[in-house]
Design a binder for this molecule. Sequence first.
Ligand SMILES: [Zn+2]
Length: 88
Amino acid sequence: MSQCDGPECTEALQKLYLFIDHELEDASCEQIQAHIDNCRDCLTEYEIDVLVKALLSRSCSETAPPPLRERVLLSIRTVHVEFREQAD
Ligand SMILES: [Zn+2]
């Protein structure tokens, strides 16, 4: 059975993703940091989440499509070229 079921743990785990994404205000950040420093279970959760996030962001950047703006510009240019070829 997990020891990580107290109210502090629940709160820490709920905010873990925000904490990892640095989207928490400083006060909450310090609270989570202090908690995972003292709570093995939450520290493990934290480490797993960081690992998963790192893996996800790596695989995302490898297969990332070109930015939408570039794709839109490219398709506009393609349509424009086709139109001119037909006109000639
Ligand atoms: Zn905990």
